[in-house]
Design a protein around this ligand. Structure first.
Ligand code: SF4
Length: 541
């Protein structure tokens, strides 16, 4: 049976994840294209889109090599007049930053919504950057839902806003919302937008003469974006007495709601869900207040904006003032303290000793073989630099292997190994997974090949994107070798090694030989991730 976008089957008031709510809303908004690179906590949005569209229909939904190519796909769809959803985790937006910022200048055709999942508290991320800052940097609107229902409603709204103002709209999510389940009431779906090429051409060609004009246009659009934010029904003021107000954003409102019954009088409260900051609304709210406490997850984004916006006599409290911790998530404990409520009694289970459960590589994981071999080599050759990357194999930095010196961002292992080798730190070994290599490892490998840098690259090919749940790697494994050789790597020093625990000494010997080679060498160590292998076998019956 062929389905179309508006026939996806989420019944009204269905229990769903916050991530699911975004996916259903985008499908019900009539998207034609959807692109993503997996990253916790955003992965489930796209997994849901794929699940709902896999049986056919008009929606084109593809995992991509990285967030930049995903975002560029969405711009292309917009050029074709189609609505497009692109999803990623917060650090993924750094990778997509170039097309993201520049797309704000284009006269977008179809609505373009970028759903970005931030990770305050860094549950599975290398930083806790706040995507509201990046939306402001690009001068585009940002919507910040507080519940799965709002995630649904605001995603629908975001497409309309994107088309009305011809700019991309950021939907900012956080981990707790992405992974929360709640009942969500959905609305009738819209038909997809027809194919209609957006124009004129000079609005899409960012030559300096056009770009100057288009940037002026983006600046001229700002009052309308602010006005839309001032009008938004998602920004709500609720009553309350006293001269100490509370301003919440995102799920900060939920924490306030949790402790409100304990407060003698509910404080004056303003909830902000849309950016640019609705300044008039904020000023009116604070007009009779001596103090505003800002409860926001992430950076002190609103708190900073209030300083300079409100009269000096009005104290602004939040993460930057020290009223709340500067890092980590909001929670009931720190929100209670900021509101002056007594701490909750802690109930300790006396004498209960829970064993520590540090993260570890699965039993039978192919990466264990690679690290066991590397340790043998490093015992002989000494340790120069082993630069790591993002993926399950990052766990090689922890006991029992402790074999990795660095893990910075997607693809950094190869560029850093080159830099370390250039600086004289040898042997230099880069460890990178197959998916991460395709995401961001190819350009630094081009540099290393061009200069025949004295370093060894280990591509740990587990035939999947394991860490985010086993999404397919963009190219099949058989294509890795042609890619590497096509870039110009010396075939005499490029190897594919089929790993097995019994072959660790053989792998060690190969690494030892290539580490001794005074130029670039590359070894693809291959065996399927045991988790995806077992899921595949189950699927195949
Ligand atoms: S999920 Fe796969 S790649 Fe990751 S640690 Fe487990 S076996 Fe290894």
């Amino acid at each position: 049976m062929t389905t179309t976008t508006h026939e996806t089957a989420a019944p009204a008031a269905e229990l769903m994840l916050g991530d699911d709510a975004v996916a259903f809303a985008a499908l019900h908004a009539g998207i034609h294209n959807a692109y993503a690179y997996p990253g916790t906590p955003s992965t489930e949005i796209f997994a849901r889109v794929i699940r709902e569209t896999k049986d056919g229909g008009e929606v084109v939904a593809h995992w991509c090599a990285n967030e930049k190519s995903a975002y560029e796909g969405a711009i292309g769809a917009s050029l074709a007049g189609r609505r497009a959803l692109v999803t990623m985790k917060h650090v993924g937006l750094n990778v997509a930053m170039d097309p993201f910022v520049n797309s704000a200048l284009l006269g977008l055709g179809g609505g373009l919504v970028v759903a970005v999942a931030d990770d305050p508290g860094m549950h599975s991320s290398q930083n806790e950057q706040d995507s509201r800052c990046l939306a402001e940097f690009a001068r585009v609107p940002c919507l910040e839902p507080a519940t799965p229902q709002e995630a649904y409603d605001m995603t629908r709204e975001a497409f309309a806003l994107s088309e009305r103002c011809q700019v991309p709209v950021v939907l900012r999510l956080v981990t707790r919302l992405c992974h929360e389940r709640a009942r969500v009431r959905v609305r009738p779906a819209e038909p997809p937008k027809p194919l209609h090429k957006a124009g004129p051409r000079q609005d899409w060609v960012l030559l300096p003469a056009n770009a100057r004009r288009l940037f002026d246009g983006l600046l001229a659009e700002q009052p309308e974006l602010r006005a839309a934010s001032e009008r938004s029904p998602y920004n709500r003021r609720t009553g309350g007495a006293g001269r100490r107000g509370v301003l919440t954003t995102g799920i900060g409102r939920r924490y306030l709601g949790e402790v409100l019954p304990e407060m003698r009088e509910p404080p004056p409260h303003l909830h902000i869900a849309t950016y640019p900051l609705p300044e008039a609304l904020v000023r009116a709210f604070a007009a009779d207040l001596d103090e505003v406490l800002v409860l926001e997850d992430g950076y002190p984004f609103v708190e900073r904006s209030l300083r300079g916006l409100l009269p000096e006599a009005c104290r602004v409290l939040g993460r930057e003032s020290g009223a709340l911790p500067a890092s980590g998530e909001l929670n009931v404990v720190n929100v209670r303290a900021a509101l002056g409520l007594p701490a909750l009694p802690l109930h300790e289970a006396a004498g209960l000793q829970l064993p520590a459960r540090p993260p570890r590589l699965c039993d039978g994981c192919v990466h264990r073989d690679s690290y066991a071999a590397m340790l043998q080599v490093m015992q002989d050759t000494g340790i120069g630099a082993v630069t790591g990357d993002i993926g399950c194999y990052t766990l090689g930095a922890l006991p029992p292997y402790q074999a990795i010196d660095s893990c910075v961002c997607m693809g950094a292992s190869i560029g850093m190994a080159k830099g370390a080798s250039d600086a004289g730190l040898r042997p230099a070994i880069a460890v990178i997974g197959d998916s991460t290599f395709l995401h961001s490892g190819i350009p630094p490998l081009v540099d290393a090949i061009a200069h025949d840098t004295d370093m060894t690259v280990l591509i740990l090919d587990n035939e999947t994107t394991a860490m985010t749940g086993g999404q397919p790697t963009e190219l099949p494994d058989s294509r890795l070798l042609p890619v590497v050789l096509g870039l110009g790597a010396d075939p005499a020093h490029v190897h594919v090694f089929q790993a097995h625990p019994r072959k660790v000494p053989e792998l060690a010997a190969l690494i030892r030989k290539e580490v001794a080679h005074p130029g670039l060498s590359l070894i693809v160590v291959r065996r399927e991730c045991v988790q995806t292998a077992s899921a595949r076998r189950k699927h195949e019956g």
